[in-house]
Design a protein around this ligand. Structure first.
Ligand SMILES: CC(C)(COP(=O)(O)OP(=O)(O)OC[C@H]1O[C@@H](n2cnc3c(N)ncnc32)[C@H](O)[C@@H]1OP(=O)(O)O)[C@@H](O)C(=O)NCCC(=O)NCCS
Length: 137
């Protein structure tokens, strides 16, 4: 499911006239937190693990980036999210893959200890359908 769209500004650009990879990772981490909150009734999540982060192509200033999230695994206290980032070009209506990665988020209580996830079934269904639509077959 589409979680957010952002524009990359001149101020976000690092070496090589492209978006700094650490900036993209921070944006994806925030998106993972937002997605976890949308999919559950839990207040707090911590990022436990980030894996298979691949930067497919550089992002330039002025480009619009879109963050899509699918659920790879529904656990007891954790959920694993597949995040795909694409550049959207409004004039041509084209998209290109820029980054993808897997985030394991753990629901925690006020003391930051793991607790059970209280799923929102309707949101899980929306996410599953969106993921299936983007990856048919
Ligand atoms: C997140 C945290 C609270 C989890 O506590 P923990 O005692 O390590 O984790 P547990 O052993 O209780 O496992 C919690 C869940 O994570 C899963 N998990 C643990 N290690 C994992 C790993 N290496 N890969 C994937 N999942 C893992 C467990 O399977 C469990 O999920 P489930 O209940 O859905 O099966 C703890 O590791 C922590 O505080 N980490 C730091 C988080 C942080 O600061 N993040 C910001 C980065 S700067």
């Amino acid at each position: 499911m589409l979680i957010s769209r952002e524009m990359v500004l001149d101020m976000d650009i690092g070496l090589n006239a492209a978006l700094f990879g650490g900036d993209m990772m921070a944006r994806m981490d925030k998106v993972a937190g937002i997605a976890a909150s949308l999919l559950s009734r839990n207040r707090r999540f911590l990022t436990l693990k980030v894996s298979e982060l691949v930067f497919h192509s550089p992002v330039r200033a002025g480009e619009i980036i879109e963050f899509y999230v699918g659920i790879s695994r529904q656990g007891r206290t954790s959920l694993t999210l597949q995040i795909e980032v694409q550049v959207y070009e409004p004039v041509s209506d084209r998209r290109r893959d820029v980054t993808s990665g897997e985030f394991v988020m753990v629901a925690v209580d006020e003391s930051l200890h793991p607790i059970l996830i209280q799923w929102k079934p309707e949101m899980v269904q929306v996410a599953a359908q969106a993921h299936a639509d983007r990856h048919p077959g």
